[in-house]
Design a protein around this ligand. Structure first.
Ligand code: LLP
Length: 420
C-alpha cells in the first residue's frame, strides 16, 4: 500500500473532466509492482456510476453491474459500496458476489445455456434468475411452479453492438428465447402458474445508438400484457465507451430520457409500476483500467518496426479476438517524436496489439500503457505459452493496493496431477 500526492493521482475537481491516472503515477506503479500490470482507478468507476445514476434519476431504475467484465473481489466490494447490484453469468460469479457481501436479492443470475442444476443452486441461494431457454423454463416450472419468481430472457431479433462477435440479440443468436416463441413461453407459464417478475433482453456490447434500446423496449411492450406479475423490464448492458480520441460513447442522458418516456407512456397492465433494470459492464469498468507493460525488444525490419512487449493475447485478448482498438502510450518517453510501430506480444503465434500505430519513440525497457483495460482485460486472460497472469492493483483515494498477486511457477503446477 502506498500514498501519492493528489496531483500525481490525476484526481480532478472539475465535474466535466474525467478522472485519469497520470503518466508519472503509472510509471511509479510499474516500478513498484512490476509489469505486466493491471491497474484500476476506483474513483473513475464511481464517476461512471454517478453518471448513470444521475442520468436515470427521473426513472425508477436499478443497476446491476455485469461482473463478467471484471470480477476481482475488491472491485465487487467497491461497486457494492457505491450502491449498485450485480449481474452474474455463472453460478460461481454469483458466489463471488455473495462473498463480496451482496445480498441474494441484489444478485441477478442471467443464465445462458446452463445446466438446470445451476438454476437449482441459484434458487437455493435465493438470488434472482433470468432463464433463457424453453427447456430450463419447463424444468423450473415442474420443480418450483409458483413458489419462486423468475425472469425470462428473450431474444428480440435486433442486430446491435460493435461487431458480430459481441452482438447477442439478432435472429441467429444463441441467447434468449426468440420472442417469436411467445406461444410456447406462455404455455409453460400457464401450465405451471409461473410467477414471472421480469422480462430481459441484452442485444449486444458497444451499442452507440439509444434507439436500439427503444426498439427492444417496443418488442417487450408488445408482450407485456401477457404477464400479470411483472415488476421489471431488464434491458441488459452494452453501453459504448470511447476507446480513442474522437470516439463517441452512448449518449446516456438521451438514452435515459428516451427510456423514461417509453416507460411513462406504457403503464403496466398488470398494475405494478415497472422498474427499469440495466446491466452495465464496460460502462462502469472499461475506462478505470490501465494495462502497463514493458518493451522487451525493438526490431526494425523493412516492413515495420516491431515493438515486442512482455505480454501477449494471453493477457489482453481484445485486439486479436475482436479487432478491438486500445489506445497505447509510451509513458517512459512522452516528449519524444511520434513514430510508427507494430506493437506485438511475445506469444508464439501472431499476436498483434496494434499495427502502424503512432507512439512516442520507443526504446527497449520503456513502459507502454494500454487504456480501457478494465473491462474484459484481466478477466479474459489465460496461461497460454505457460506464461503467468499479471498482478492487479487498485488505486483508491490516491493509495495503491495490490489486489491480486502476480502468478508464480507454482501456480502453473497447482492443479496438475502428476499421475504417470
Ligand atoms: N448483460 C448481459 C446479459 C451480458 O451478456 C453482458 C455482456 C452485459 C450485460 C454487459 O455488457 P457490457 O455493458 O459490458 O457491454 N468480451 C467482449 C464483450 C462481451 C460482452 C458479453 N456480455 C469484449 O471485450 O468486447
Amino acid at each position: 500500500m502506498r500514498s501519492l500526492h493528489e496531483t500525481q493521482t490525476g484526481i480532478v475537481s472539475s465535474r466535466t473532466m474525467s478522472q485519469q491516472l497520470s503518466k508519472p503515477h503509472l510509471i511509479e506503479l510499474a516500478k513498484e509492482f512490476g509489469t505486466p500490470l493491471y491497474v484500476y482507478h476506483a474513483e473513475k468507476i464511481k464517476e461512471q456510476y454517478e453518471k448513470l445514476k444521475s442520468a436515470f434519476s427521473k426513472t425508477d431504475t436499478a443497476f446491476f453491474y455485469a461482473s463478467k467484465a471484471l470480477t476481482n473481489i475488491n472491485i465487487l466490494k467497491y461497486i457494492k459500496s457505491l450502491g449498485a447490484n450485480v449481474d452474474c453469468s455463472s453460478i460461481l460469479e454469483a458466489r463471488l458476489a455473495l462473498h463480496a457481501g451482496f445480498l441474494p436479492k441484489q444478485i441477478l443470475y442471467t443464465s445462458n445455456g446452463i445446466a438446470f442444476s445451476e438454476i437449482e443452486e441459484a434458487q437455493s441461494l435465493g438470488i434472482i434468475i433470468n432463464i433463457d431457454s424453453l427447456s430450463n423454463l419447463e424444468k423450473f416450472g415442474k420443480k418450483f411452479g409458483h413458489s419462486y419468481p423468475v425472469g425470462i430472457r428473450l431474444r428480440p431479433n435486433i442486430m446491435a453492438g460493435g461487431n458480430l462477435k459481441i452482438s447477442t440479440g439478432h435472429d441467429k443468436s444463441k441467447f434468449g428465447i426468440p420472442v417469436t416463441q411467445i406461444k410456447q413461453i406462455l404455455d409453460i407459464v400457464h401450465r405451471y402458474d409461473l410467477l414471472v417478475h421480469g422480462l430481459h433482453i441484452h442485444t449486444g456490447s458497444e451499442i452507440k445508438d439509444a434507439d436500439v434500446f427503444i426498439k427492444g423496449i417496443e418488442v417487450l411492450f408488445d408482450i407485456v400484457p401477457h404477464f400479470r406479475d411483472l415488476k421489471f423490464i431488464d434491458l441488459g448492458g452494452g453501453f459504448k465507451v470511447p476507446y480513442k480520441k474522437g470516439d463517441t460513447e452512448t449518449d446516456i442522458h438521451l438514452l435515459a430520457q428516451k427510456i423514461g418516456e417509453a416507460f411513462a407512456n406504457h403503464p403496466n397492465p398488470g398494475g405494478n409500476p415497472l422498474q427499469v433494470w440495466l446491466e452495465p459492464g464496460k460502462f462502469l469498468v472499461s475506462e478505470c483500467g490501465y494495462f502497463i507493460t514493458s518493451v522487451n525488444v525493438v526490431k526494425k525490419t523493412p516492413s515495420a518496426t516491431f515493438v515486442s512487449i512482455d505480454s501477449g493475447f494471453n493477457h489482453l485478448i481484445r485486439p486479436m479476438f475482436y479487432d478491438a482498438y486500445h489506445h497505447i502510450e509510451n509513458i517512459s518517453n512522452p516528449e519524444s517524436p511520434m513514430k510508427k510501430y507494430a506493437v506485438v506480444g511475445n506469444i508464439c503465434e501472431t499476436d498483434t496489439f496494434a499495427w502502424d500505430r503512432e507512439i512516442n519513440e520507443v526504446r527497449e525497457g520503456d513502459n507502454l500503457v494500454f487504456y480501457n483495460a478494465g473491462a474484459y482485460g484481466f478477466e479474459m486472460s489465460s496461461n497460454f505459452n505457460s506464461r503467468l497472469r499479471p498482478a492487479e492493483v487498485l488505486v483508491k483515494n490516491g493509495k495503491a493496493h495490490l489486489i491480486r498477486r502476480r502468478e508464480t511457477f507454482e501456480d502453473l503446477l497447482r492443479n496438475q496431477v502428476e499421475a504417470v
